[in-house]
Design a protein around this ligand. Structure first.
Ligand SMILES: [Zn+2]
Length: 320
């Protein structure tokens, strides 16, 4: 894993900027969601236009791996949520992973020459680096035929918003330190933690089952708050090992190892910390922390009622 303008993000081959690059957000996304005029705010408060976000990529990786992947996702994306649900998990992981990698590396390179020194520099976050290094192994499946043996590297959730309640065609956010990430394309909301070995998906199985219905955006935001908070609580970093290749092997087989002998998989859930995650995700609706924690033992929920049953929200606010 080498990053910078002089090395392909995927294979490490020497690259020459600016021709040897690929966009972090593919051209089809920039066009379809009018992102060419929109910008993203980086951690050091620098504002960067979406089309300026590019990562080094050699011609071979670009034409043989990245562009075909983007073309495939563009095609299935016309089918909306159904297209994404029918997509195989590895392809979806790789597509999200490539975007996430691009953002994270942009931030790391930016930290070398920051506009404003961030309070918690990513480059000094040792656990983030361990996660990032672990994530980079299964990401190599973008380039090398690879089978994940009996594991999924990340948790990916596919949610659907109710178009009658929704006026945002595109949304993007992330928590780089935990490798949590979300992107919304029309009514499809993809939420992922890319290096949890599927543990968050397992822990949130029931919540996810109940959320497989058209949701109000305030409900998808709540779901995201849970995933991001769970990623923050995650206490383990998986290790991935490629099996030695034998003559005639057609693909690399990757094994996962979680060394969880030292403690719990998740640190204990804390409602007041989770409420901060909700507050952040609900910013658009100006929901106050005092309302979120009106009952400190049961933070405000639009996904579930006090009995844990799914709530059906036809509009927000519920009363005029
Ligand atoms: Zn390459």
């Amino acid at each position: 894993m080498r990053f910078g303008p002089g090395a392909c993000f995927l294979c490490g081959t020497t690259t020459t900027p600016p021709q040897d690059t690929v966009p972090v957000f593919a051209d089809w996304l920039l066009d379809r969601y009018q992102l060419r005029e929109r910008s993203i705010k980086l951690l050091d408060m620098r504002i960067v236009a979406y089309p300026e976000l590019r990562i080094a990529c050699c011609a071979r990786c670009r034409t043989q791996h990245v562009e075909p992947l983007e073309a495939h996702i563009e095609t299935i994306s016309w089918q909306g949520v159904r297209g994404f649900r029918e997509l195989d998990e590895q392809t979806l992981f790789l597509w999200l992973g490539k975007m996430f990698y691009g953002i994270l590396v942009t931030e790391l390179l930016n930290e070398l020459d920051p506009l404003a020194v961030p309070q918690y520099p990513l480059a000094e976050n040792a656990q983030m680096f361990r996660r990032f290094q672990a994530f980079f192994r299964p990401l190599q499946a973008l380039r090398v035929p690879m089978e994940y043996d009996d594991f999924v590297p990340g948790s990916v959730f596919i949610l659907e918003t109710d178009p009658a309640q929704d006026d945002m065609t595109f949304e993007y956010d992330d928590d780089l330190s935990t490798l949590a990430f979300s992107i919304k394309l029309d009514e499809t909301v993809l939420v992922a933690c890319l290096v949890d070995n599927g543990l968050i998906a397992r822990a949130m199985g029931r919540v996810y089952q109940q959320a497989r219905r058209p949701l109000h955006p305030v409900q998808t935001a709540e779901f995201k708050a849970r995933v991001y908070y769970a990623a923050y609580l995650l206490n383990v970093v998986p290790d991935y090992f490629p099996r030695p290749l034998k003559p005639g092997d057609q693909e690399v087989v990757l094994d996962a190892l979680i060394d969880d002998v030292t403690g719990e998989i998740f640190n204990p859930w804390d409602n007041s910390a989770y409420a901060q995650s909700l507050l952040e995700m609900w910013k658009r609706w100006h929901i106050l922390l005092s309302d979120i924690l009106a009952d400190p033992t049961f933070p405000l929920s639009y996904l579930h009622d006090a009995e844990g049953q799914p709530r059906h929200l036809t509009r927000y606010p519920e009363k005029e």
